[in-house]
Design a protein around this ligand. Structure first.
Ligand code: FAD
Length: 330
């Protein structure tokens, strides 16, 4: 089977299929993507708080997080269960809200701390997933995807061709690939791009992610990444230096530290109308989606992988599959 796109959703899905015994080829141009520049937060608690999510959505994010320990163990990934801090107004109210949503939290140093949010190092994790036994990563951009009831013809822009009965589209916020069935192309075209920018700062990393109004500082090798913008409708990848300077100043103030600004990176997230990914069967034989997790692609990776792999194997769907059903907007 073929997975198109080696972001977190494509790689998690391909690795899940590989450990279930399938031979998987994953095709991707190999350039940086949203997944490789992300902060790596697995943050159901603070995402639910900051996005003011309803209880059922917070619970879904928590269940998605709870798939991480077994997934990390299976694929020998380093899961950092450090918790996270939040600094901002009305911390008592925020703690009460988190507790209502089922997350532990307590007030701490003019804000709150929770053990419910975790983290992953994105670079090493993507590399480890790409090395999963049974998985082959091939460089290539797919220009055309056509199929009948028996097989899919996958054609790269350089003319190479693969045939397969099963394709997973994990192309992020990319445009629909030519040749897709109309309904699937329409679902892909409806994905909203959301530009995100973050900046590396060399400074002693804090013990866990620290978040505040409109800003976060996430530990990484040699410092922190400070981010991130949410710019709906934008796909341009050039860093904005004015925004980078604002981020660095706000992030260092949050950390109460000094540091030296480094590289600024930009990635494009894909989002559906309800903010949840598209994961599973499309209704077209052998064609599956693993797309559009908005700002929670790392959090949702193992859940999207499980739902998509279950769909491919014809297993009964897990309860959350309905919320991520690619056909829910049809
Ligand atoms: C600044 C920033 C910070 C973030 N921080 C976090 C965070 O802390 N926690 C979290 O959970 N999420 C975070 N996110 C969101 C997360 O990064 C995204 O939700 C996630 O990376 C999306 O993964 P994806 O696999 O869908 O897409 P992508 O990572 O974009 O991967 C899609 C891949 O498909 C490939 N592709 C596209 N078209 C084709 C084609 N025709 N042929 C072959 N390959 C193709 C692309 O080249 C790309 O490699 C952040 C995002 C940004 C931008």
């Amino acid at each position: 089977m073929i997975v198109i796109g080696a972001g977190v959703l494509g790689l998690c899905t391909a690795a899940e299929l590989a450990v279930r015994g399938h031979a998987v080829t994953i095709l991707d141009p190999g350039a940086p993507n949203a997944s490789s520049i992300a902060a790596g937060m697995i943050a159901p608690a603070l995402e639910s708080l900051l996005e003011d999510l309803p209880p059922e959505r917070a619970t879904l994010l928590k269940r998605a997080r709870d798939l991480w320990p077994a997934f990390a163990e299976t694929h020998a990934l380093r899961l950092l269960r450090e918790g996270a801090d939040w600094r901002g107004p009305e911390p008592e109210r925020a703690v009460a809200r988190l507790k209502t949503l089922g997350f532990d939290a307590r007030t701490d140093r003019g804000g709150l701390t929770t053990t419910a949010d975790w983290r992953i190092e994105v670079g090493p994790t993507l590399k480890a997933l790409a090395r999963a036994p049974g998985l082959v990563v091939v460089k290539g951009e797919i220009a055309r995807l056509t199929g009948d009831a028996l097989r899919w013809r996958v054609e790269a822009s350089d003319g190479r061709v693969w045939f397969t009965p099963t394709v997973v589209l994990a192309t992020g916020a990319g445009d629909p690939i030519a040749g897709l069935p109309d309904a699937v192309a329409a679902s892909v075209a409806a994905i909203l791009p959301i530009r995100g920018q973050l900046t590396f700062v060399a400074t002693p990393p804090p013990p866990r992610v620290i978040r505040g109004p409109g800003i976060y500082a996430a530990p990484c090798d040699g410092g922190v990444v400070i981010g991130a913008t949410m710019e709906p409708g934008r796909r341009d990848l050039d860093p904005d230096p004015v925004e980078a300077a604002r981020q660095v100043a706000a992030g260092l103030a949050l950390l109460d530290a000094t540091g030296e600004a480094g590289v600024t990176r930009v990635g494009i997230r894909g989002a559906t109308a309800d903010g949840l990914p598209l994961a599973g069967p499309t209704g077209e034989p052998g064609l599956y989606l693993a797309l559009a997790p908005r700002r929670n692609g790392w959090l949702m990776g193992p859940l999207v992988a499980r739902i998509t792999a279950d769909g491919i194997e014809g297993r009964p769907p897990v309860a959350d599959a309905a919320a991520l059903d690619p056909l829910r907007f049809a």
